[in-house]
Design a protein around this ligand. Structure first.
Ligand SMILES: [Zn+2]
Length: 247
């Protein structure tokens, strides 16, 4: 496993003064504690350019820079850890699926080893990116995108903002596809990584069919959840179509 610690570049913030043209009402309720334990309202620190409403999902989206700004105020360290997925290797058969886990560290003070936001100062979240939900981009960008998504989710989650606010990096994903029920990093996904890899790495149609039969047997003995079956089925069909076209 590759492990690295990165220094995250911080946007230069001169002050956190209330901005006059701050955003409209729906986002006004969002708030978090800064590192001193003082309540900060999103509307006071986020500008119009840093957020927008995604109507289809009815979610507020914050830019990555806005989330970095929030992180700094909240006392979340600029150093975070990145782990590459051990089970998913990006290649052209899985649409260059990049899965990374980012662990953020909060330096805000708190009681009992926790911080002002949570009992746990560290939080690990998974981010993913591939050619389908992030089109026209290369490997380096996809990895970076997965990392940004994981970081953004971790910050919002740590500050308890995640239920109503999403990051722009995720929004890009929403716009392309409906959120799948089985996503990398979830327990449901991890449970079927063997099957996923078998499908994606099948050398030819015959091997793929064999994998299909094996999964079918698993379905018969109720090995999978409904969502897992749906996911494996669509992945199988996609691969099957691709392999079939090769003949
Ligand atoms: Zn914290």
């Amino acid at each position: 496993m590759k492990k690295e610690t990165k220094e995250r570049p911080i946007a230069k913030e001169k002050s956190t003064k209330i901005k006059k043209d701050s955003v409209n009402e729906s986002i006004t309720k969002g708030k978090f504690f800064d590192k001193a334990g003082k309540e900060v309202f999103l509307k006071d620190i986020i500008t119009k350019d840093e957020c927008w409403l995604l109507k289809k999902e009815n979610k507020w989206i914050l830019t990555h820079n806005a989330i970095k700004k929030i992180a700094v105020l909240a006392g979340i360290s600029k150093n975070f850890d990145v782990d590459e997925s051990q089970t998913i290797t990006p290649d052209y058969r899985n649409e260059l699926e990049h899965v990374v886990r980012v662990t953020i560290h909060c330096n805000a003070k708190g009681k009992n080893g926790g911080c002002v936001h949570s009992d746990e100062k560290d939080l690990t979240m998974t981010g993913e990116s591939n050619r389908i939900n992030t089109p026209n981009r290369g490997r380096g960008y996809l990895r970076k995108m997965a990392e940004k998504r994981a970081f953004d989710i971790a910050v919002l989650e740590h500050l308890d903002l995640y239920s109503s606010i999403f990051s722009e990096e995720e929004a890009a994903d929403f716009e392309k596809t409906k959120e799948p029920e089985v996503t990398p990093g979830t327990k449901e996904f991890e449970e079927v990584t063997t099957e996923i890899n078998a499908i994606l790495n099948a050398e030819d149609l015959a091997v793929l069919k064999k994998v299909g039969r094996k999964i079918k047997k698993g379905v018969e003995i109720n090995k999978y959840t409904k969502e897992q079956i749906k996911y494996l089925k669509s992945l199988y069909e996609k691969e099957y179509g691709k392999r079939n076209a090769e003949f």
